[in-house]
Each structure stands twice: as structure tokens, then as C-alpha cells.
Design a protein around this ligand. Structure first.
Ligand SMILES: Nc1ncnc2c1ncn2[C@@H]1O[C@H](COP(=O)(O)OP(=O)(O)O)[C@@H](O)[C@H]1O
Ligand SMILES: [Mg+2]
Length: 241
């Protein structure tokens, strides 16, 4: 990982995968649209832009607040040190997860920009999982087989074995690629934790998300089969090594 100082901020990046000379600009969607290299987008809290980098396709996300406070201060966070910025923490967490063998996309770059002395804004570039769809989109139109539900459970257990708590584990943050490989995404605000009393909370939240999307998006989801398969997969992985 390489680090570069900008006039008002810092960039951390993987120079084997992110080789653009103008490293300060690659976190701006306009840079990519001028080059005609925006290849897609997805709506979550804000827009995640899919762009074609020199080496790999990437997902570009600007950090935004949710909730009521977010309407007032859309994208600024209190600065308490470069290594405590949201983008740096997510970048390092993704690195850790990959080292532990969890299927998460590779982090490519993170940028934090000071706004005055108290606040900062942040962006992140992550490898794009090509051809991936999230579970909500998939379960609306097609069937997910037993072995895939099982694999989703296994991947969540691997994340827990790596000691990582996903504070927003929901059906939109689990992707399947064209080969039905499972990918976990969206690790903003997630963190490493000790002990045994938070893992079940992640699973409970995911179950609630599936139940919610049954009404909201009309997905096919059955607790007696689908969820049971997922938890079977989960329990095959030893959480402590
Ligand atoms: N690395 C990625 N590869 C493919 N699609 C992605 C990737 N990252 C995000 N997406 C898509 O963009 C959506 C929003 O991104 P996400 O990281 O979940 O941010 P948020 O939910 O905070 O807006 C995801 O649900 C997914 O559809
Ligand atoms: Mg998300």
C-alpha cells in the first residue's frame, strides 16, 4: 500500500492495481465521465459509480450520512486522525478480510480530504465484482439453489472467524457473481470485535432484512428452507481457530 499527501488530504492506494498518474482525481466521478469510462452505477445511500480503471473495473463510493442528521451535514465527519477516517478503516478492514480468506472485493484506494480543521470528506475505490447482482435483485426473479444458500452461510461464518462484525448485514450487501460465487460488501463502520456476543446480532439483522424484502420487493424467501440452509452452512465453519 502506498500513501500520497495532497494539498488538503491523504490518499492510500494499491499501486499494483491503481496506476493512474492523476491519483488525486480518480476519486471524482467527473474524472471518469470526461474519459467516457463510467460503465454503470448503483443506488444505495448515494450513487456508487462503476468505472473502468487502467487495470481493473472499480466501484467508486463517496461516504454519506444517513438519517436526519445526514440531511443537514451530508458528507462531513469529525476528524480525529487520518487512521480513524471512514475510508482508511474500511480499506484496512477489507485487506484484513481478504488475508483471512473471506470473499470480499479488493480495496484499491481511499481518499480523505480535510474540510477546515475539524471535518473531513472521504471516498473509496473497490474492485468491481463484474456481473454481480445483489440478493434482493436475484430473489425477485430467480431461484437461489440450496448450495448457494449454504455458501452464503459459510462466507458469513468466515467473516466472523476473522473477527469482523458487519453492522449492516442485509440482503443488498451480499452479491452473487455469474459463477454464483458469494461476495460480502459495504464494510463502512464495521469493525473487528472480540468475544461471542455480537455474531448472532448480525444473523438476526440479515433474517429481518429477508423478511422485510418479502413485502417490500416481493422476493422469494422461506425461513424453513432457505434460512435453514444458510444457517447450516454457517455452522460448518469453526469460529475460533
Ligand atoms: N465492489 C462492488 N462490485 C459490484 N457492485 C457493487 C460493489 N460495491 C457496491 N456495489 C453495488 O452498489 C450498491 C451500493 O453499494 P454499497 O457499498 O452497498 O453502499 P451503500 O449501501 O452504503 O450505498 C450495492 O448494493 C451493489 O449493488
Ligand atoms: Mg449497501
Amino acid at each position: 500500500m502506498q500513501q500520497i499527501n495532497l494539498a488538503d488530504g491523504l490518499v492510500w492506494f494499491d499501486n499494483t492495481l491503481l496506476s493512474e498518474a492523476d491519483i488525486g482525481s480518480v476519486f471524482e466521478p467527473e474524472y471518469w465521465s470526461k474519459l467516457n469510462k463510467v460503465i454503470g452505477s448503483a443506488k444505495g445511500r448515494g450513487t456508487t459509480w462503476f468505472v473502468q480503471g487502467e487495470q481493473v473495473p472499480m466501484a467508486l463510493r463517496h461516504y454519506r450520512r444517513g438519517g436526519l442528521f445526514g440531511k443537514l451535514v451530508k458528507d462531513q465527519y469529525l476528524f480525529i486522525g487520518w487512521e480513524r477516517t471512514r475510508c482508511y478503516e474500511e480499506f484496512m478492514l477489507l485487506k484484513h478480510l481478504r488475508q483471512c480468506g473471506v470473499n470480499v472485493p479488493r480495496p484499491l484506494g481511499a481518499k480523505a480530504n480535510k474540510v477546515g480543521t475539524l471535518f473531513y470528506r472521504a471516498d473509496i475505490l473497490i474492485e468491481l465484482v463484474s456481473g454481480a447482482r445483489d440478493l434482493v435483485a436475484l430473489l425477485k426473479n430467480s431461484k437461489v439453489e440450496h448450495n448457494v444458500w449454504y455458501a452464503i452461510g459459510e462466507e458469513i461464518a468466515k467473516m466472523h472467524r476473522a473477527g469482523v462484525c458487519h453492522t449492516d448485514l442485509n440482503a443488498h450487501n451480499i452479491l452473487l457473481d455469474g459463477d454464483n460465487q458469494v461476495w460480502l460488501i459495504d464494510f463502512d463502520k464495521c469493525e473487528k470485535r472480540e468475544g461471542k456476543n455480537w455474531q448472532q446480532g448480525n444473523l438476526d439483522r440479515l433474517l429481518r432484512s429477508f423478511q422485510k424484502e418479502k413485502n417490500k420487493a416481493g422476493i422469494t424467501f422461506n425461513e424453513e428452507s432457505h434460512w435453514r440452509w444458510l444457517t447450516e452452512g454457517y455452522s460448518t465453519i469453526q469460529l475460533t481457530q
